[in-house]
Design a protein around this ligand. Sequence first.
Ligand code: F6P
Length: 195
Amino acid sequence: PRPILLTRHGESRDNVRGRIGGDTALSEAGDLYAKKLANFVEKRLKSERTASIWTSTLQRTILTASPIVGFPKIQWRALDEINAGVCDGMTYEEIKKNMPEEYESRKKDKLRYRYPRGESYLDVIQRLEPVIIELERQRAPVVVISHQAVLRALYAYFADRPLKEIPHIEVPLHTIIEIQMGVTGVQEKRYKLMD
Ligand code: F6P
């Protein structure tokens, strides 16, 4: 068995303000998580000769990976957060107030809803295919530091959860989801490193 560790980036400045998308740096709490994650990964993967750290191309995942030393890091555009198009940088409140029809259509069918000039969950699931193929091919552990929507899709793939559940799966901040791929199937553990 070899572990795949899935985690969101540490809390970002946009998370604090409730803004979606964007490319902000980490909050103080987010910085602290990055340090705790590095500790965890160094202990957990100490005995592994090879392992790699995969991030998106967005600052908040790269900064979350930065305290981890001793493992190669790879940036994937396919791990970037769902593109909220014209809604990028807005709060859910602002979308509800300024674009009530968009807000309602997303609520009705969050899986298929595509942000104007952005993506849907189905789009995200599709662009993750090469990442999943590469994750399956790896023999060594991988730490994936990505974003809420993307991790919902990745997690659903490994945990064999139905498509329609994907946009609603709980993937909290500051929590590591460890997936063990063994001959007998997939096992899961969650480590909440901080609130
Ligand atoms: O709020 C954090 C965030 O990662 C946003 O950048 C993104 O748009 C959102 O979560 C995805 O979650 P949901 O699909 O529930 O809006």
